[in-house]
Design a protein around this ligand. Structure first.
Ligand code: PRX
Length: 654
């Protein structure tokens, strides 16, 4: 973190509205009052191990009890030491004994209106069969399996099958390019890839298998590929390496015992962007992760047996891992999964699905709320949304206007909104209202979950006073914390536990108001939050400079009404190259090919030079100001070449 960053944490948002939980909601909630929350919070603060240990006993099934709740050798944690359990067993098998056996586990809606429901028993059978398929392809406990799929039930089956036999899954979002997929497969040294011929999106077909084919040209660890047939898309199957899902499932036995796994066995790796060009493989393990996912799901979404719950995230991101699959199925809930986009075939699609399945709890991202609100309330008004009783948001700060629209137009003014702050690394929600207990303020993620110690501090690690901006940190280990960066403990330590002494640094700026409510102010490092997805500026820069005509690139985020942040690239060309619109287009396509469409720059500006300090560091603050159309007010005394800035501005006005 630089001085530049510290100067920038000034808060501008002032929001005074307060929404108290309705008494009929509180009465039926798991946590019914502010006093009940405070009791839990204090209990956990006084004896964190006792608090989490009791919950691990009451909420999860263990094959063998643990000897010690926490082993903490900063910054490395082990939770439920010596205990053995299995995530798939907790999500499936334990529900088969009682009335949940024939209850819907996954209710799936395809983009084209096709649908499928898998009961707990159905899902258990499919997962057991696919576990045997994985074994037949030589996958063993500890091997890595890469999953690159559309949002179809087979994705859930594949991940649960990995969990069942102790293979570590690495799910790669279907929007990533072949190159991004290859890098992730290689970093994890995956043995097998599960994919599909394609998926439906925005009315068209997205292809997937061809991208895996391309990735595997340079991914020697992969021995086989299993392909689900979802579309009519033509694919080429390589004999001996590629197999159709249905062919393998046909002969598979539905008998596969869940393996008893050590609580610290790695459940999954999920790659996320950081401040370098290379994404980090965030590692989550078994017992602690499942405990946090289970308890946060239950209390924050106030889950009841009869609820239909829908999270619109893609399972390729952490939200889908924790709050479509693991946290929900562990609670025996009916979790809805949707293949497509919110606006296909028209902007009423989300609301139509809510009406169709009588959805009770709905969890989505501010970017979707903003985009859908812009399209007008006539769309939600066409549908009966009266089944909704609770709403949630995640991924980025929600602006109060969007919050109010969500509250009034979607929630009919009666649903509490849980604004949930967390990260890929935290595994589960860290800050959020408990909907029956905590009054909400639009734009605030409110208070820490019981058992989570969060604070806002300065660089020295000292708490800052109320309403002063600082760094958001977690001061004690928690069960679902990332354990390391895959095969890179040094990077783990440096990234999260070095900037501020003794605590986990989230990379976010925040302030606490006089009531102790947290207000997230966004990333303070070189990471952008684009439509709720994290992208490192360095990652996009490396993609740009990998093009032969580019000499240097600097990427910054610029405010965007819908996406939250738009990607703005300043590019210096190799000598002799001509800057023109055709090249801008080429470079945008190049980034899409290198990373994926989510990283495609919204704007490219060519420049002869980039503003740098005397030591050669690009002055991003100035570029951010230019991208946002702001006057630069910061210190420019170390700027290497004053004329650069003036030139960039002139271009802006041209
Ligand atoms: O900047 C914060 C923002 O999203 C980042 C985490 O991104 P990712 O690991 O991709 O996970 C997203 C889903 C959990 C955070 O560092 N963020 C997430 N939730 C919120 C948020 N910012 C403000 N309010 C939130 N509720």
């Amino acid at each position: 973190m630089s001085k530049e960053v510290e100067e920038e944490i000034t808060s501008v948002l002032h929001e005074n509205r307060l929404f108290k939980p309705a008494s009929d909601f509180s009465k039926q909630a798991h946590i019914k009052s502010r006093a009940a929350y405070t009791r839990l919070y204090k209990k956990a603060e006084k004896d964190p191990e006792g608090f989490w240990g009791d919950l691990a006993k009451s909420e999860l099934h263990w094959f063998k009890p643990w000897k010690k709740v926490l082993h903490w050798k900063p910054p490395f944690a082990k939770w439920f030491v010596g205990g053995t359990t299995n995530v798939a067993y907790n999500c499936l098998d334990r529900h088969l004994e009682g009335p949940r056996k024939n209850k819907a586990a996954i209710i799936w809606e395809g983009e084209r209106g096709d649908s499928r429901t898998l009961t707990y028993q159905d899902l258990h059978r499919e997962v057991s069969k696919f576990s045997n398929v994985l074994k037949s392809k030589g996958v063993k406990k500890g091997d890595r399996v890469a999953i690159y799929m559309p949002m179809i039930p087979e994705l859930a089956i594949a991940m649960l099958a990995c969990a069942r036999i102790g293979a570590t899954h690495s799910i790669i979002f279907g929007g990533f390019s072949a190159a991004a997929l290859r890098d992730r497969i290689n970093d994890a040294e995956a043995k097998l890839v599960v994919t599909a011929d394609g998926g439906y999106r925005k009315g068209g077909v997205i292809t997937l298998k061809d991208k895996v084919d391309e990735a595997l040209e340079e991914a020697p660890s992969v021995e086989s590929m299993i392909v689900v047939k979802r579309t009519e898309n033509d694919v080429v199957m390589k004999v001996g390496r590629d197999f159709w899902w249905t062919d393998l499932m046909k002969g598979a036995s539905a008998d596969c015992k869940a393996t008893a796994l050590d609580s610290e066995h790695p459940l999954f790796i999920l790659y996320t962007s950081g401040t370098t060009g290379k994404p980090k493989g965030v590692v989550h393990t078994t017992g602690g992760y499942l405990l946090s996912a289970t308890v946060t799901s239950k209390w924050i979404f106030d889950l009841k047996e009869e609820d239909t719950y829908w999270c619109t995230a893609d399972i390729g991101w952490v939200t889908g891992h924790s709050y479509i699959i693991y946290g929900m199925l562990s609670n025996g809930v009916s979790s809805l999964m949707y293949e497509g986009v919110p606006t296909y075939p028209d902007p009423g699609r989300f609301w139509e699905i809510i009406e169709k399945y009588r959805v009770n709890i709905f969890y989505t991202a501010p970017t979707a709320i903003r985009a859908l609100s812009k399209l007008g309330k006539q769309w939600p008004k066409k549908y009966d949304l009266s089944s909704l009783r609770l709403l949630g948001t995640v991924g980025e700060p929600i602006n109060p206007e969007a919050w109010m629209w969500y509250h009034k137009v979607i929630g009919g003014g009666k649903c509490p909104i849980v604004d949930t702050w967390w990260q890929t690394e935290t595994g589960a929600i860290m800050l959020s209202p408990l909907p029956g207990a905590i009054a909400t303020k639009p734009g605030s993620a409110t208070l820490p979950f019981p058992g989570i110690s969060a604070d806002v501090v300065n660089k020295a690690g000292k708490s800052v006073p109320a309403n002063v901006g600082g760094y958001l940190v977690i001061t004690r280990p928690w069960p679902s914390m990332l354990r390391t960066v895959w095969r890179n403990p040094k990077r783990y330590k440096e990234t999260y536990w070095s900037d501020i002494p003794g605590v986990y640094f989230s990379g976010d700026g925040a302030r606490k108001d006089k009531d102790g409510y947290f207000w997230i102010m966004g990333r303070v490092d070189d990471v952008m939050n684009v439509s709720g997805h994290r992208l490192g500026t360095m990652e996009v820069e490396s993609a740009l400079v990998s093009h032969a005509k580019v000499s240097e690139a600097a990427v910054v985020g610029a405010p965007d009404e819908i996406k939250g942040t738009a990607i703005f690239a300043f590019v210096t060309l190799e000598s002799g190259q001509t800057a023109n619109d055709a090249l801008k287009k080429t470079l945008k396509t190049h980034v899409t090919k290198e990373i994926g469409a989510i990283a495609r720059p919204d704007q490219i500006r060519f420049t002869d030079n980039l503003p740098k300090t005397r030591s050669g560091k690009i002055m991003r603050r100035l570029l951010r100001d230019i991208a946002a159309g702001r006057e630069s007010i910061g210190d420019t005394s170390t700027l290497e070449d004053y004329t650069v800035l003036a030139k960039l501005r002139d271009d802006d006005e041209a």
